[in-house]
Ligand binder design. Structure first.
Ligand SMILES: Cc1ncc(COP(=O)(O)O)c(C=O)c1O
Length: 473
């Protein structure tokens, strides 16, 4: 017999127990202990009438994997339990999660406000793609200034968007403050919690309404597949604002039929986003990738704990190096976001952060080319440590002024600290910094033997012209 362990989502177990057991399907025909991969496009109907009932949603059974699949449902239940939400939807990537989460709320003609420091891919999605849908984004300049938030609200504002731990600058927002503002304005607060995971913070408990993740990152951990999730907190009163959000308060099948809120209560938003947005646009997560995500989720707390420990050690070491101008890790007492880190993230502030080298682009190039253990890669939250130069990769499409406004200096290097031994990571960076010192010493020697003062200007490697950059990774 097949059993689904939903009971673990009822807050009666600790995080580690829930990450292992919540949502799991056990039993089946062969007594399988692990939730199986149901690789099937559709589900058989017993009869003509049965098919009709399924389509009418009368028996709660499955119709087609684009709408729901048992493997995906098991993982969705686990994520709902971990985030303390009411329901979840898995999709094919983090970008898909952000897109469907917002399209579940917004339509052409709407406007939404966002915190300024976001994953660059979200910014380009909002500025370029959403703009083409007729949806306008506006970024506040100071997310700590409630007056600015208020000044920017318009009659057509329909949502607030933010991120828990933005990278590479880790300039944390006060989630309580932004959630309080959103509540006061009658606007849903959607937050990307990719870099924090529910192990470090559950944004719904701080008043956020919808949580999205790129589950390709920490939630999976292995870096083998992409996935995204939308979690509904069930804590936004859609029916209270029928003019702003008519999709939830309009009869679904003509006059006299129930509205989504009447049919699904606190899960109305997720049902709409599942059936009408994701179900029609089609960014379905393969059950195979849902299974891979499930395997990662079972060890989430252990991994994130180690990510945070390693990161604090590396950040502390970096801060002591004379070549380093600054380290953007809020776990450090010297960091401007440290007070919020203490308040919101007592278990740590994740493992994706930047540091800036005094020597600019040349120093960044030397360090990135010299590491052997770190992988030069655009990804994060992997068990492996990764290194990237945002200025010439993820943020290359911006002008230099725009990069500087975001704190992306030429010497900024982004790290995603993995689960290797802390001493080995520091040894690798030591090696890279030694290469930096050798390069600087050579330059000084070269300069001292050059004949004229004008020729003694530092000789640096010319920067190759950038190819047409992808808008963001
Ligand atoms: C914070 C954040 N959100 C969303 C995404 C997009 O996720 P995906 O690559 O799974 O589409 C990323 C990707 O790096 C990210 O860093």
């Amino acid at each position: 017999m097949t059993t689904t362990q939903q009971a673990y989502g009822e807050d009666n177990f600790g995080f580690s127990t829930e990450q292992v057991h919540a949502g799991e399907i056990t039993g089946g025909d062969f007594g399988a202990r692990i939730t199986p991969i149901y690789l099937t496009a559709g589900f058989v109907f017993d009869s003509f009438d049965h098919a009709q009932q399924r389509f009418a949603g009368e028996d709660g059974g499955l119709v087609y994997t684009r709408y729901a699949n048992p493997t995906n449902q098991a993982v969705e239940a686990k994520l709902t339990a971990l985030e303390h939400g009411v329901d979840s939807l898995l999709v094919a990537s983090g970008q898909a999660a952000i897109t469907v989460a917002l399209l579940g709320i917004l339509k052409s003609g709407d406007h939404f406000l966002s915190t300024p420091s976001l994953y660059e891919g979200s910014k380009t999605l909002f500025r370029e793609n959403f703009e083409r849908f007729g949806i306008e984004v506006e970024f506040v300049t100071d997310p700590h200034d409630l007056d600015e938030w208020k000044r920017r609200v318009r009659p057509n504002t329909r949502a607030i968007y933010g991120e828990t731990i933005p990278n590479p600058k880790n300039d944390l927002i006060d989630i309580d403050l932004v959630a309080g503002f959103a509540r006061e304005q009658g606007l849903p607060f959607v937050i990307d919690s990719t870099a924090s995971t529910p192990y470090l913070i559950r944004p719904i408990e701080h008043g956020a309404n919808i949580v999205v993740h790129s589950a390709s990152k920490f939630l999976s951990g292995h870096g083998a597949s992409l996935a995204g999730v939308v979690v509904d907190g069930g804590n936004f009163d859609w029916a209270r604002y029928p003019e702003k959000f008519p999709q939830f308060s309009t009869p679904t099948d003509g006059e006299g039929s129930p509205t989504l809120v009447e049919r699904f209560g606190a899960k109305a938003y997720l049902e709409y986003t599942r059936s009408i947005i994701a179900g029609r646009l089609g960014p379905t997560l393969s059950p195979l990738n849902a299974f891979l995500l499930q395997q990662g989720l079972e060890t989430l707390s252990l991994r994130v704990e180690r990510h945070c420990r390693n990161s604090l050690a590396v950040a502390t070491w970096l801060e002591q190096q004379p070549e380093v101008l600054s380290v953007d890790y809020p776990g450090l007492a010297s960091n401007p976001s440290h007070a919020i880190a203490v308040k919101h993230y007592p278990r740590g502030t994740g493992s994706v952060f930047g540091f800036t080298l005094r020597g600019g682009l040349d120093d960044a190039r030397t360090v990135i080319d010299a590491v052997e253990l770190f992988s030069r890669m655009s990804h994060m939250g992997d068990v492996r440590s990764l290194i990237l130069h945002p200025g010439t990769t993820s943020h290359a499409h911006l002008s230099e002024t725009q990069r500087l406004e975001l704190g992306i200096h030429p010497g900024l290097v982004r790290l995603s600290i993995g689960l290797e031994d802390e001493a080995d990571l520091i040894d690798d960076l030591e090696r890279a910094f030694a290469a930096l010192r050798r390069t600087d010493a050579l330059l000084e020697r070269a300069q001292s033997v050059l004949p004229t003062p004008s020729a003694a200007a530092p000789v640096r490697t010319p920067v190759a012209p950038a190819p047409t950059p992808q808008s963001a990774f």
